[in-house]
Write a new protein. Structure first.
Length: 211
C-alpha cells in the first residue's frame, strides 16, 4: 500500500522542517509552503492526498487558501494545525469543508492519527476543541466570525492588516488600487468599523492574523 502523500504549510521554516522529519517515516512528505498563495501552487502541482496547514500565514491565510483549493479539488483532505482554539473558528473551517483540526500543542501521535483518519475519508477534530466547536455549530442565529466577509474581502483585509498599502495589495491580488479601496470601505461599513486600527484588531480576532 502506497504511503499517504502530504504537503505541509507553515510560515516558520523550523516548524516545517521539524514536521517533515517527524512524519517522514510514516508518510511521504512531497512538498512544503510558507504562505497560502504558495500552498495553492504546490498543491496544484503535486496533488497530494492530505494537506496539513496553519491558519495564520502571510499574504493569504490557510483558511482562504483552503477555500480556494477545495473549489478546485473538492476531494482534497485538509487538516489545520494551528494555535487557535476559538470554537467559532473551528466551526467555520469545518463548514468550509476542512476535514481535520488540531492544535500545535497536540501530540505528534495525534497528528499522525489525524492524517490517517482524513486520508480514509473521515473527519478528525482534536478533543481539545470539540466541545466548544459543537456549541458554536448549534448557534444558528450567530454568524461565525470568519464567515462575515467574502474570500476576496478577507484577502484584502489580511494584506492591509499586515501593513501593506492599497497599491501593494492591488499588485499582489492583480486588482486596481481603486477596487481595493472600494472593498476596504465596504468591509468597514459591513463591520461597523471606522478606523484602520479597528480593522487590524478585527483581523486578529477573526483568526486571519496571530500575535
Amino acid at each position: 500500500m502506497k504511503p499517504v502523500r502530504v504537503v505541509i504549510a507553515d510560515d516558520h521554516t523550523l516548524v516545517l522542517e521539524a514536521f517533515k522529519e517527524l512524519l517522514a517515516d510514516q508518510f511521504e512528505v512531497v512538498g512544503t509552503a510558507t504562505n497560502g498563495r504558495e500552498l495553492i501552487k504546490v498543491v496544484r502541482q503535486l496533488e497530494p492526498d492530505v494537506v496539513v496547514t496553519d491558519i495564520s500565514m502571510p499574504e493569504l491565510n490557510g483558511f482562504d487558501a483552503s477555500v480556494k483549493l477545495l473549489a478546485l479539488l473538492p476531494d482534497l483532505k485538509i487538516i489545520f494545525l494551528t494555535v487557535s482554539d476559538d470554537p467559532d473558528v473551528v466551526a467555520s473551517v469545518i463548514r468550509a469543508g476542512v476535514k481535520g483540526y488540531l492544535l500545535k500543542s497536540s501530540a505528534v501521535s495525534e497528528l499522525r492519527q489525524a492524517i490517517e483518519a482524513v486520508s480514509r475519508g473521515t473527519t478528525y477534530i482534536t478533543p481539545l476543541v470539540t466541545g466548544g466547536m459543537l456549541n458554536s455549530l448549534m448557534k444558528g442565529d450567530k454568524k461565525v466570525k470568519m464567515d462575515q466577509l467574502t474570500v476576496r474581502q478577507r484577502e484584502i483585509l489580511q494584506l492591509l492588516a499586515e501593513g501593506r498599502s492599497m497599491k501593494e495589495a492591488a499588485r499582489i491580488l492583480n486588482l486596481t488600487a481603486r477596487t481595493v479601496a472600494f472593498h476596504k470601505y465596504r468591509i468597514m461599513g459591513n463591520l461597523g468599523i471606522d478606523n484602520n486600527a479597528a480593522l487590524v484588531r478585527y483581523a486578529y480576532k477573526s483568526g486571519l492574523l496571530q500575535d
